[in-house]
Design a protein around this ligand. Structure first.
Ligand code: UD1
Length: 439
C-alpha cells in the first residue's frame, strides 16, 4: 500500500517534482495563506479520541495531510477531504497498530499513539520519519505516556504502549525537560480521556498547541492554561461531534515574507495572525522592510525597497524565532548586504540548505550550530535540490533574488507542507513554475 495513495496534491507525479524560477523579479500582489500544517496534523490525530464525526475546515491540500488521512483510514476511520473541508468519521476503529511505512513518512504521526492509547487502551507503531534535520529522538514522547500509566516497550523497531491492564490512563503531573511541541501534543492527546487531572509543566507554547487545545475543548475536552507553559487537562468520559476552522499557516506566511525581502516589492498576505509572527516580522523590519499588521483582519503587508540589511538570529521554542523559518531567512540574508549570523538552537541538522545556497553563489560558513552569511549580490541561478521541506522553500526564496534560471529538484519535500508554492509566488508576480507545466 502506498503512503501517498490518496494524495490530492500533484506531488506523486515526477513532472511536479522540479521547479523552474527565473529571477530576479520583484513581487507585487495579494494572496490568501493556506491552513496550518502543524495545527491540522495533531487535530486529525485527536479526532481518533471521539467515537463520532469531526469536521475540519481550511485544511491545506498537502502531502502530510494525505499521509495522515491514510493512517486514519488504515485504523478504520472514514475520511472525506473535499476542497478545504475534511470530515473524519471515527465511529469504528479496527486496528490499534500503525504500520511502519506510514509513520516513517511523517514524524508527527507519533502523536497517533497517545490518541489511540487514550481511546483504546493500547497502541503500537513504527518509529516516526519526517525531515532529516537532526537526531529527533522520541524519549520525551515515551516519558509522557509512561507518566500517564502506560507500559511502553520498544521491540524489533516497534513501539508498543498498553494501559488497558492498569484500567486505562490516569492523570499525572508531567514535567517536560524541554518544551517539545510533539511531546506536549502527545501529553494532551493521551490525557483528554484519562481519569482525573493531568498537569503539563514546561509545555510548548507554539500557537498550534493553543489551537489544538481550543479544538479539543470545542469537542468537549476540559483544558486550561493555553498560551502558558502550564497546561491542565481534566479528563472526561467522552467527546462530541464538532467542527473547527484551522488557522492560517504562520510558517508559510513567514516564507513569503522572506521571499519579498529577497525579491523586493510589496505583498499582502491574508488569513494569518500577525501576532503569531511577532519576532520574524520584527526581524524583517530590522532587515529594512516596512510591515503593516492587522490582527483583527488577519492581514500582513510587507514592503521591501532595497537589498536586506544583515541580521543576527537565534532560533528557539515559541515565542523565539521559529526554526522552521531559519532556512528561508538565511536565503534572503545570503542575497543581502553585510554579515549576518544565525544560531540554530532547535535542530542540529538544519543547515543542510547552506550547501545548495552556496551553489547559487552564497557565501556561508557553518561552525557547529552557528552560520555566518556574507551578503552577496546578485546570487546566480543554478541547478539545486531541496534537502528538506523548509530548506526547499528557502531555495525558491533565493532563486527569486538570483540572476537567471534556477531549477530546484526533489520538490516532493516542499509538497509536504506548501499547497502550491508556484501558484502562490506566481500570483505575486514571480516567474516560477512546476517543470512540465505549460507557462
Ligand atoms: C514540531 C513541528 C516542526 C517544528 C518543531 C519546532 C510539527 C508537525 N512539526 O516538530 O515543524 O520545526 O516543532 O518548532 O508540528 N526532542 C527530544 N526528544 C523528544 C522530542 C523532541 O529531544 O522526545 C528534541 C528534538 O530533537 C528537537 C527539539 O526537541 O531538538 C524540538 O523538537 P519538537 O519541539 O518536539 O519538534 P517536533 O514536534 O518534532
Amino acid at each position: 500500500m502506498s503512503v501517498i495513495a490518496k494524495c490530492p496534491a500533484k506531488c506523486a507525479s515526477d513532472a511536479f517534482c522540479r521547479i523552474q524560477v527565473f529571477g530576479p523579479t520583484p513581487l507585487e500582489g495579494e494572496i490568501s495563506i493556506q491552513g496550518s500544517k502543524n495545527a491540522v496534523l495533531p487535530m486529525m490525530a485527536a479526532a481518533l479520541l471521539h467515537k463520532g464525526v469531526t469536521v475540519l475546515t481550511n485544511v491545506p491540500v498537502i502531502q502530510d495531510v494525505a499521509c495522515m488521512v491514510d493512517i486514519l483510514e488504515w485504523l478504520g476511520c472514514r475520511c472525506c477531504h473535499k476542497g478545504d473541508c475534511l470530515v473524519i468519521d471515527a465511529r469504528q476503529i479496527k486496528s490499534t497498530r500503525v504500520p511502519k511505512e506510514y509513520v516513517a513518512a511523517m514524524r508527527c504521526s507519533i502523536v497517533v499513539l497517545g490518541a489511540l492509547l487514550g481511546r483504546m487502551g493500547e497502541a503500537s507503531s513504527g518509529y516516526p520519519g519526517g525531515c532529516l534535520i537532526g537526531a529527533r529522538p522520541i524519549d520525551l514522547h515515551l516519558e509522557v505516556l509512561k507518566s500517564l500509566g502506560a507500559c511502553v516497550k520498544e521491540e524489533d523497531g516497534w513501539l508498543e504502549a498498553r494501559a488497558a491492564e492498569a484500567g486505562g490512563l490516569r492523570g499525572a503531573e508531567i514535567h517536560l525537560s524541554y518544551p517539545s511541541v510533539g511531546a506536549t501534543e502527545q501529553a494532551i492527546l493521551a490525557s483528554v480521556l484519562a481519569k482525573e487531572v493531568t498537569v503539563i509543566h514546561g509545555a510548548a507554547m507554539e500557537p498550534e498547541i493553543d489551537q489544538l487545545c481550543r479544538f479539543l475543548n470545542n469537542m468537549g475536552a476540559v483544558i486550561c492554561g493555553m498560551g502558558t507553559e502550564h497546561l491542565m487537562v481534566q479528563g472526561v468520559d467522552s467527546l462530541h461531534d464538532s467542527s473547527f476552522q484551522v488557522e492560517g499557516d504562520r510558517i508559510v506566511a513567514g516564507t513569503y515574507g522572506a521571499a519579498v525581502a529577497a525579491a523586493r516589492g510589496h505583498i499582502v498576505l491574508k488569513g494569518v495572525r500577525p501576532s503569531q509572527l511577532r519576532i520574524p516580522l520584527t526581524m524583517l523590519e530590522r532587515a529594512g522592510a516596512r510591515v503593516r499588521r492587522e490582527e483583527e483582519g488577519r492581514t500582513i503587508e510587507v514592503t521591501m525597497g532595497k537589498a536586506p540589511w544583515a541580521l543576527d538570529l537565534k532560533t528557539g521554542p515559541y515565542p523565539a524565532f521559529p526554526t522552521d523559518l531559519q532556512s528561508p531567512f538565511m536565503a534572503f540574508l545570503a542575497a543581502g548586504q553585510g554579515v549576518s549570523h544565525i544560531e540554530e538552537k532547535v535542530f542540529e541538522g538544519r543547515f543542510a540548505t547552506a550547501g545548495a545556497l552556496r551553489q547559487m553563489g552564497a557565501r556561508i560558513t557553518i561552525e557547529g550550530q552557528r552560520a555566518t552569511i556574507q551578503g552577496t549580490r546578485p546570487l546566480r541561478g543554478a541547478q539545486v535540490a531541496a534537502s528538506d521541506l523548509r530548506g526547499g522553500a528557502a531555495l525558491a526564496v533565493a532563486a527569486l533574488a538570483a540572476e537567471g534560471e534556477t531549477v530546484i529538484g526533489e520538490c516532493r519535500h516542499i509538497r509536504r507542507g506548501y499547497e502550491d508554492i508556484c501558484r502562490d509566488l506566481s500570483a505575486l508576480g514571480a516567474r516560477i513554475k512546476w517543470m512540465g507545466e505549460d507557462s
